[in-house]
Design a protein around this ligand. Structure first.
Ligand code: CAA
Length: 382
């Protein structure tokens, strides 16, 4: 067992760190405050190869391992968790799903441009009445000649207003329950496809979250991903990897808040000395770092299992469950270390505290991760 990073992993981590500091940090407070999507930065992330990191070079991706990917998401999210989720959705949910289950034609038409950053993707599973209970899909896709005709509504879709390509999960045969759900590739601008209201969110405000409406939207049959009825399995398999990306995002949020808390504690003086010399602060920093390191091990293990071709669904769920709790705990403590300064936007940690919360909710709430973990452990007991 080794904890050393390869030269490539170090180079990717450092490139992501430089990009975050030079291109995300200068505008992060304003974008959060006004809810501005980082168009320019996402374009640059595509040019730098951050949008399709694990996609094979034959489809214009970076051909990198999952460890490289989580290191990059962590560094980006240390500075800007909104950029982190935009990247995570495109890489883990959209590119991975298409590369793993798409046809050659689908890969050539869509994946190449999603991987090189020319196009942006969104993953559309959640509905007004199907969040955690994802099998309760109400969106329908009925067959009509060479097309499927989609009707319904999706909610809380990351990249919802900015994406070019949408992977849409819909019910094709309600009588078959989750085995009657299918997945489709839908292009922006298809008649009947409407982007609904933009959510005014607590955190990750620079990412773009929308509801989507489909009224008699015609999708060619060649845009179905996998067989009819494979859509729920497709969504679950895709989310297994997505959760590693969100765990890395949570790790980054925690790491960013920790680094700011350390720096502030060395500068700020109280009772005649820097506050880092007070045990009250030292203990907080020690707890923060210990929990971040523990989360990092879970995230790295999940990424490593995926790279080894081993089962990673439990490991990804554990990584997300734990890292998202660490993100919440560490950011709250980082605000506390900053005192009154921590409560104002200029010092970044209040944003990180707001951003942390969503990592316990999207791509499966913490409660869903516990369901995934407990079902798996019980099945192994039998
Ligand atoms: N991996 C692979 N397959 C899985 C799976 C997993 N993690 N979890 C379930 N499945 C399969 C099961 O094996 C089963 O298939 P078979 O019938 O062939 O055996 C099928 O899916 C149905 O599973 P269950 O009977 O367990 O279904 P359930 O309804 O009891 O529970 C659930 C499933 C795990 C709770 C699931 O609904 C779930 O994960 N819910 C959370 C959904 C979620 O994460 N949504 C996030 C939205 S996307 C998002 O946030 C993206 C974004 O924009 C940031």
């Amino acid at each position: 067992m080794t904890f050393d990073l390869t030269e490539e992993q170090v180079a990717v981590r450092d490139a992501a760190r430089d990009f975050a500091i030079n291109h995300l940090l200068p505008t992060v407070i304003e974008r959060d405050s006004k809810g501005i999507f980082p168009y320019e930065q996402v374009k640059s992330m595509g040019e730098l190869g951050f949008m399709g990191m694990m996609v094979g070079p034959e489809f214009q991706g970076g051909g990198m391992d999952t460890l490289c990917y989580v290191l990059a998401i962590e560094e980006i999210s240390k500075v800007d968790a909104s950029a982190g989720v935009i990247m995570s959705v495109n890489n883990s949910l959209v590119c991975w799903g298409l590369e793993t289950y798409g046809t050659v034609e689908q890969k050539e038409k869509y994946l190449t441009k999603l991987a090189n950053g020319q196009l942006l993707g969104a993953f559309c599973l959640s509905e007004p009445e199907a969040g955690s209970d994802a099998t309760s899909q109400k969106t329908t896709a009925r067959e009509e000649g060479d097309f499927y005709v989609i009707n319904g509504t999706k909610n809380w879709i990351t990249n919802g207003g900015t994406a070019d390509v949408y992977l849409v999960i819909a019910q094709t045969d309600a009588s078959k329950g989750h085995k009657g759900i299918s997945a489709f590739i839908l292009e922006k601008g298809t008649p009947g496809f409407e982007v609904g209201k933009k959510e005014d969110k607590l955190g990750i405000r620079s990412s773009d979250t929308h509801s989507l409406m489909f009224t008699e939207v015609r999708v060619p049959k060649e845009n179905r991903i996998g067989e009819a009825g494979f859509g729920f399995k497709f969504a679950m398999e895709t989310l297994n990897g997505g959760r590693i990306g969100i765990a890395a995002q949570a790790l980054g949020i925690a790491g960013g808040a920790y680094e700011l808390a350390v720096a502030y504690s060395k500068e700020r003086k109280a009772f005649g000395k820097p506050i880092c010399e007070h045990q009250a602060i030292q203990f907080k920093l020690a707890d923060m770092l210990t929990s971040i390191e523990a989360a990092r091990l879970l995230v790295m293990k999940a990424a490593w299992l995926k790279d080894q071709g081993k089962d990673y669904s439990d490991a990804g769920a554990m990584a997300k469950l734990y890292a998202s709790q660490v993100a919440m705990d560490v950011t709250i403590e980082a605000v506390q270390v900053h005192g009154g300064y921590g409560y104002v936007k200029e010092y970044h940690v209040e944003r990180m505290m707001r951003d942390a919360k969503i990592t316990q909710i999207y791509e499966g709430t913490s409660e869903i991760q516990k369901i995934v973990i407990s079902r798996s452990l019980l099945s192994k007991l039998n």
